[in-house]
Write a protein that binds this ligand. Structure first.
Ligand code: NAD
Ligand code: INS
Length: 345
């Protein structure tokens, strides 16, 4: 079976997903696109020779199109909720880039709609769960290799940020990836957030506080510290180290040759998130396609994970503003999403 996908939003990641579905992955084809910028939609079709794909005027008409089996939402964050809800109402599968919705209430509405529909239709684009490094970390935790995890230290560094990038986006746009992958890694829930601002870099615009250090605590007492530094200049650098009772595990450096030249021993770093997680993006979408084509339940991050990320991000933004510890209060996980037993207190 070939899954017929309609793409909403053909900007940077929308086009990249169209490329991978068309050129790299199997079992799916792009049959429809839409973008508020009609030129962007036309360019996406032209770039990948999708002469049979149809351009729709908006998300709702694309979702209603009979030839569209599944929807890929890659528009701006504030537009996601409407598209996801319309997809669920039409009974179509939805792959939604982060954020699922820009508010916790919006995510909750999607959760309720999906539960009412009675079948999981939505996968959220938290691709790090498909990264081989994070998968190895999770296996190390679950096998007991490092004993009980006590602390986690992370860094999320981008070489530079766009002019419109604001201090809260360090949480909602950037740290959101750690928010998702870390609670999955240790199978625990967050209970509180704090944010500290060290000395500001001269390389950030005046409106942006950069870097920042975010501390999350889990219900089981694990303390997670993450440095977000989006104008670090030197590269795109993602680090994660889990400190356990019996040992420590670290995310591997991205594979690349080491060189000896001009009296130096070195290794190149990547500059772009698209390259760092290229395999994870491929895997998350191939998994989405395969689950649907093989009539299996979706395996990736759920609407509930989108809700957890939104509630946690809200608390972090409150903590940025208050300078205080802020509580993270999640509703009870519905059985529909496998309300599993979490790490004990
Ligand atoms: N998973 C990841 O690592 C990752 C990486 C980058 C972006 N993203 C997410 O993907 C989304 C898109 O990001 P981007 O970098 O591609 O942004 P972008 O600005 O390059 O592209 C967004 C596109 O959506 C279009 N658009 C906006 N509102 C629309 C609507 N209502 N209907 C149709 N089209 C609409 C815009 O015209 C634009 O072409 C964001 O939510 C972002 O957070 C995720
Ligand atoms: O939208 C991007 C993307 O999600 C990247 O993975 C992250 O590193 C960037 O900070 C963010 O702006």
């Amino acid at each position: 079976m070939t899954l017929r996908i309609g793409v909403i939003g053909t900007g940077a990641i929308g086009r990249d997903h169209i490329r991978r579905i068309t050129c790299n992955l199997s079992g799916a084809e792009i049959v429809a696109v839409t973008d508020v910028n009609a030129d962007a939609a036309a360019l996406a079709i032209e770039s990948y020779g999708l002469t049979d794909a149809k351009i729709y005027p908006d998300d709702l008409s694309l979702i209603a199109a009979p030839e569209v089996d599944a929807i890929l939402v890659a528009s701006w964050g504030p537009a996601h909720q409407q598209s996801v809800l319309a997809g669920i109402a039409a009974g179509k599968y939805v792959f939604c880039e982060k954020p699922l919705a820009t508010t916790a209430a919006g995510c909750r509405e999607i959760v309720e709609a999906e539960i009412k529909h009675g079948k999981k239709l939505v996968q959220v684009g938290f691709m790090r769960r498909y990264d081989s490094g994070y998968i190895q970390l999770k296996q190390a935790v679950e096998s007991g290799f490092i004993g009980e995890p006590l602390m986690i230290r992370c860094a999320h560094r981008n070489p530079s940020s766009a002019d419109l990038y604001t201090t809260d986006m360090a949480v909602t746009d950037t740290f959101i990836h750690e928010i998702d992958v870390l609670h999955w890694l240790v199978n625990d829930d967050y209970v509180s957030a704090r944010v500290a601002f060290p000395k500001k870099t001269r390389n950030a615009l005046p409106h942006l506080r950069d870097p920042q250090v975010i501390t999350l605590e889990t219900r089981g007492g694990i303390l997670i510290t993450t440095e977000i530094f989006v104008n670090c200049k030197y590269g795109y650098d993602i680090q994660c180290e889990i400190i356990g009772e019996e040992g420590i595990v670290r995310l591997p450096e991205v594979a690349g040759i080491t060189y000896r030249k001009d009296a130096k021993l070195g290794m190149n770093l990547l500059m772009d998130w698209k390259d760092r997680f290229i395999d994870s993006y491929d895997r998350e979408l191939q998994d989405f396609i395969d689950c649907i084509n093989q009539n299996r339940d979706l395996q990736g991050p759920t609407s509930w994970d989108g809700y957890v990320a939104a509630v946690t991000a809200d608390a972090c933004v409150r903590a940025q503003e208050s300078g205080q510890e802020e509580a993270i209060e999640l509703d009870e996980k519905p059985e529909f999403y496998g309300g599993v037993a979490l790490r004990s207190v």
